[in-house]
Design a protein around this ligand. Structure first.
Ligand code: MLT
Ligand code: ZN
Length: 471
């Protein structure tokens, strides 16, 4: 390891004085939930792929660990350096060009530091749609979306980030640049190497750009806020909606009563969409790229049938864009409201949707009986079988946080028994290393370690994330 003065001199030579931050802002050294506090040898903000390549070549030679960071909106500490003070924090925010938009090929190439909302706007300016939809889209960056294989609010219809990628540009551990930026829908040319970097959280390479799929813009939508007695009726309503509208169901979100109480109390401008109280709700949205499609009629038909069958107790269909965005504001404010309400434990689980009602019943009963230190705020993308089974502290939080390991063990063991996943869309980072080891098929884990060794033999890329450091 070079001395700090030597390191800074070399970094400045490679990326210029302005791109080397002497005193890093504190918020870069912690994750947004405040779970981890890191320290760094230096922070660099390169402006091009060539600069990232030059930095990695140097770090590889000197065996300096590199932690890539995008918008720092992750939940698992994947972008936070360790506490040693020996790592280099690599900000991708300087790589922010939209390199190409090809509306007729329905594709767009953007650099890793582009804010997700900017990519969506660039697509819209060409009358196209980039469907990835996240609460944090105003600040999260494409590189982070790709590295965590982000999910979000539209997965039911359009898939996860991985499903939206045609090609990637990646800087490898030793500084070589892998260029698979091909805007092709069909390309069966051996192993799908690019796919390995998606969801790898910067442990196999640093993604610097991507060619993304675009879709026709949704020109019609129908949105409803629906009251249901229990999650079982969510499964029934989704089946009804699919029967009448097929793939037009774009979002299908489960919301518990407590989330209405938290958001209306803690977030300005959020109102309860229905006048009577219900234990559970759904936010449902159908979209179509045909402007004249009668989506409200489809929605009304499914809701009426569900009402007659006693599956739903009330519903409000948005009459205009204002009402629609009010429904969404409530849904998207849940994480912020939960943060304001106090400390919380997050469990980002997924199950086959048919198993969700039983999971919610069993796990909720366990929390009610065994966790007096907190209360359940379970919500999420039920159409994808993905639930944020979060527990918020009733009091100051220390008592709940002290029991974190024991509580997550019970919940994740139950998920595992029911053939689900302990990490649906938030990734592993440094938060879920133990779970990955406990629940992943041993052969799969072995292959992951083999890949890490092959791609990063010196272990300099985001060490201690996804996989524990090799001994
Ligand atoms: C969301 O869907 O709002 C987030 O992914 C979940 C969370 O904040 O726990
Ligand atoms: Zn989510």
């Amino acid at each position: 390891m070079p001395s700090r003065a030597e390191l800074l001199r070399e970094l400045r030579l490679r990326v210029g004085d302005a791109a080397v931050l002497d005193a890093p802002p504190a918020e870069l050294l912690t994750d947004q939930r405040g779970l981890y506090q890191g320290a760094v040898a230096a922070v660099v903000a390169p402006q091009s792929t060539a600069q990232v390549a030059s930095l990695l070549a140097y770090c590889h030679e000197q065996r300096i660990s590199v932690v890539p960071q995008g918008g720092n909106t992750g939940y698992c500490g994947g972008a936070t350096p360790d506490a040693s003070g020996s790592q280099l924090l690599l900000l991708l925010s300087g790589l922010k060009a939209i390199r190409a938009v090809d509306p007729d090929n329905y594709s767009l190439t953007a650099e890793a530091g582009c804010i997700l909302a900017t990519i969506k706007q660039a697509a819209a300016a060409a009358q196209r749609y980039f469907p990835l939809a996240l609460g944090s889209e105003g600040s999260c960056q494409l590189g982070g979306n790709l590295s965590t294989n982000a999910g979000g609010l539209n997965v039911l219809r359009y898939g996860m980030t991985r499903d939206l990628v045609l090609g990637l540009e990646v800087v490898l551990a030793d500084g070589r640049v892998l260029d698979t930026l091909r805007a092709l829908r069909k390309d069966n040319t051996g192993y799908d190497i690019k796919s390995l970097f998606i969801g790898a959280e910067g442990t196999l390479g640093v993604i610097t750009a991507a060619t993304l799929k675009l879709l026709p813009q949704p020109l019609a939508s129908a949105t409803a806020f629906v009251a249901i007695p229990s999650p079982a009726q969510a499964v029934a309503l989704l089946a009804r909606l699919r029967a009448v509208s097929g793939e037009r169901v774009a979002s299908f979100e489960l919301i518990p009563r407590i989330a209405i109480e938290l958001t209306t109390r803690l977030i300005a401008g959020v109102a309860d969409p229905l006048d009577d109280s219900s234990p559970w709700y759904l936010l449902v949205e159908l979209t179509s790229s045909a402007a004249d499609e009668q989506l409200n009629a489809c929605l009304d038909q499914a809701l009426e049938a569900a009402m007659n069958a006693g599956e739903i107790s009330n519903a409000s269909v948005a009459q205009n864009e204002r009402q629609r965005s009010d429904f969404w504001r409530l849904r998207e404010s849940i994480p912020a409201a939960q943060r304001r309400a106090g400390a919380s434990l997050k469990h980002d689980v997924s199950l086959p949707i048919t198993a969700l009602p039983r999971f919610v019943a069993v796990a909720s009963a366990w929390v009610a009986q065994h966790v007096p230190e907190g209360y359940l705020v379970a919500y999420g993308h039920v159409g994808d079988g993905n639930l944020h089974f979060n527990i918020t502290a009733s009091g100051a939080g220390e008592a709940l946080l002290r029991r974190q390991a024991e509580i997550k063990r019970v919940i994740h063991d139950l998920v595992h028994e029911m053939h689900g996943s302990f990490s649906a869309e938030h990734g592993i980072g440094q938060l879920k290393l133990e779970e990955l080891e406990r629940y992943t098929d041993p052969v799969e884990l072995e292959l992951m370690r083999t890949l890490k060794q092959a791609f990063d033999p010196r272990g300099i890329l985001n060490p201690g994330k996804v996989l524990r450091n090799a001994k």
